[in-house]
Design a protein around this ligand. Sequence first.
Ligand code: SAH
Length: 263
Amino acid sequence: MVALAPRVHLAAMQTGTIHLVGAGPGDPDLLTLRAARLIENARLIVHDGLVDPAILALARPGARLISVAKQRSKHTLPQEDINALLVREAQAGRDVVRLKGGDPFVFGRGGEEMEAAKAYGVRVEVVPGISAANGAAAASGIALTHRDSASIVSFVAGQCKGLSDQDWAGLAGKGRTLVIYMGVKTAPQIAEKLMADGLAPSMPVAVIENACRPEMRVLRGPLAALPDLVEAEAVQSPALIIIGEVTARENAALEQIAAEVAA
Ligand code: SAH
């Protein structure tokens, strides 16, 4: 037993750390300083498809970049394999920067990766990022809360197992803002579900495509027209749907400021 102790100690010393890093919604300027430093110094970056190429370009020459890009309902690498990859690299003594769009703990499966790492005794550091909701809100001039319009804000996933079984009752409506991630493909079911829950067909909605990127689009309309809006404008992922009165506030000044900040 005594003879084993140094080897155990040595093994612990040699294990790398997994950094679960939020890359924000797209613009490299929206990285945290800690995320930027980790990316610049990384030898190994394992990243999602959502991470903007401009952010990956911050990696130093010779850094190993592994994409584990997922597409809706088509995973190029199953989550278990991603977990295993991260743990294997860390156990081989390498620090891993696991780079995710937005924030690692908002619909990013960061929780699963953290748990997998911990199960194998691998150190994990979580670096928060600006989630798409915050980025899209800032870039489009839509305040998620506003003393006159909303004091509750909820984030939901619009594409998940059993969407129709999800209980969203009370999440949208007067005084509330509902932010829907991954809702482009299921926009018709989302609109139907919310109206079945009693939401007015006239409730204002905004769709923000490619928030915080040069090609950003902000589309607005009433809830009942959401499916047509998404189809007619050929909205592509990544896009967020925001539902609530905050999306229709006449506040040109705020939009002006947001545009200036983004420029
Ligand atoms: N962890 C991420 C969310 C991952 S889920 C975060 O915190 O933002 C992926 C979904 O996020 C996309 O389907 C889309 O709904 C949203 N999303 C991510 N980046 C976006 C962007 N730049 N603009 C609009 N929506 C975005």
